[in-house]
Design a protein around this ligand. Structure first.
Ligand code: NAD
Length: 420
């Protein structure tokens, strides 16, 4: 309402609203919907570490296991100053749906530590990671819950988790985490898998929409693992990257930006801003740029009812988790903007994580070509399943993806029954 400040909707409220929408469309038994609204287990831990200056600091860590009806829990670990139990719970629920959409045999989980990793040295990050791992050790494991990297965690973080877990077990257990370095049983193609999967979806979508991709313009919010790789894959395919942003702001050049040069600039200066030949813009302006494809690849709640009317893209491919609120989603659909929802668009990461786990369990190492071929098959099948469901039920891609996922998880839950 005009003049009235509306409270921003939280990611968990978003996740629950989405579940309600899918449950209604599916005519889901209310009891099953109630089960799916709550995580099976939430763990809050305190993580004390000694800072480099000798002082003790205590951080708060979380691991939320949403549902494991379809397989072991799976989900990333995030280090962020604003993280909350609610946010981690929403992210865990989205993991459950994501694994179901691309039909990989996992449930959903998420974890994190409330901290500012930019203020911690490598030694401090190692102590934090190892202490956090020992605090969640009893509920993780190769057949129980398999963590992975997320915002501000990486292959090194996973190596520390693997080592801590293995030291306590007394033998090496690489399959306890995914997203590990290549020389520590990581998978070929994992680092760029999320972006690669997103690009497979964009290509499928373009086929169905009759959109010409060569020369199409792209704006990318977030220039981390997902944003940077998506930008370079699309650039290499002949699309024109006209805007990129990170947490400090964005840059715009209607003639196109070379993502490789921009990456070098970010590594040297710490941000994409002030890149030569570009105009500095805000994140708000980046999201509202006139372009063919907008890729939110940063954090949640970026496209809301406040800016959904100003989104000027023909297609939105959600690299980030939960970048669009349900109200904004409704507005985008009404405006005819084609949205590839997060639980489909960014499922490539967990898919290759699953491939890494399978390789570890079998003590195998697949070639990058094999990984990418299998990833493409999963993503294309996932896209087509969601697209066909959307057409059958005359609904948008997000509702359809959620319906597909919730239905698959609900069927598993119903067959398993309640025991004891
Ligand atoms: P990352 O840490 O590598 O990069 C995050 C990027 O977002 C950075 O460039 C950062 O500067 C930027 N950013 C942070 N806050 C911002 C803000 N307020 N405005 C604009 N930019 C901001 O993380 P990532 O792995 O690329 O993850 C990005 C998103 O993709 C997250 O939502 C994550 O959950 C999701 N995701 C990642 C993966 C994966 O495999 N890495 C898989 C699925 C989903």
């Amino acid at each position: 309402m005009k003049g009235e400040m509306k409270r921003e909707i939280s990611p968990l409220e978003v996740a629950i609203q989405q579940l309600d929408i899918a449950a209604e469309m599916l005519n889901l038994e209310p009891g099953i919907c109630m089960v799916l609204k709550k995580p099976k287990r939430s763990l809050i831990v305190s993580v004390p570490i000694k800072r480099d200056n000798g002082e003790i600091e205590v951080y708060t860590g979380f691991r939320v296991q949403h549902n494991d009806a379809r397989g072991p829990y799976k989900g990333g670990i995030r280090y962020h100053p604003d993280i909350t139990l609610e946010e981690v719970t929403a992210l865990a629920m989205w993991m459950t749906w994501k694994c179901a959409v691309v039909e990989i045999p996992y449930g959903g989980a998420k974890g994190g530590v409330k901290c500012n990793p930019k203020e911690l040295s490598m030694n401090e990050l190692e102590r934090l990671t190892r202490r956090y791992t020992t605090m969640i050790l009893n509920i993780i494991g190769p057949y129980q819950d398999v963590p992975a990297p997320d915002v501000y965690t990486d292959a090194q973080t996973m190596a520390w988790i693997m080592d801590t877990y293995s030291q306590i077990k007394g033998y090496m257990v690489p399959e306890v985490v995914t997203g590990k370095p290549l020389y520590l049983e990581g998978s070929e193609g994992r680092e760029a898998a999320t972006a690669r999967g997103l690009v497979y979806c964009v290509n499928e979508a373009a086929k169905y929409l009759g959109m010409r991709l060569k020369g199409a313009t792209v704006a990318v919010q977030g220039f981390g693992k997902v944003g940077w790789n998506a930008a370079r894959f699309l650039y290499n395919q002949g699309l024109k990257i006209i805007g990129v942003s990170d947490s400090k702001g964005g840059v715009y050049n209607p003639d196109g930006i070379n993502p490789y040069k921009l990456r070098k600039h970010k590594l040297e200066t710490g941000s994409v801003i002030d890149f030569e030949g570009c105009k500095n813009i805000t994140n708000k302006e980046l999201l509202e740029l006139e372009c063919d494809i907008l890729i939110p690849a940063a954090i949640e709640n970026q496209i809301t009812e406040r800016n959904a009317d100003n989104i000027n893209a023909k297609m939105v491919a959600e690299g980030a988790n939960g970048p669009t609120t349900p109200e904004a989603s409704r507005i985008l659909t009404e405006r005819g903007i084609f949205v590839i929802p997060d639980i489909l668009a960014n499922a490539g990461g967990v898919t290759v994580s699953y491939f890494e786990w399978v390789q570890n369990l079998h003590r195998e190492h697949w070639s990058e070509e094999e990984v990418n071929r299998k990833l493409k098959a999963k993503m294309v099948k996932g896209f087509r399943d969601v697209y066909n469901m959307a057409r059958k039920h005359e609904t948008d891609m997000r509702t359809s993806a959620l319906m597909l996922a919730v239905d698959r998880v609900a069927k598993a839950l119903i067959s398993l029954g309640l025991w004891p």
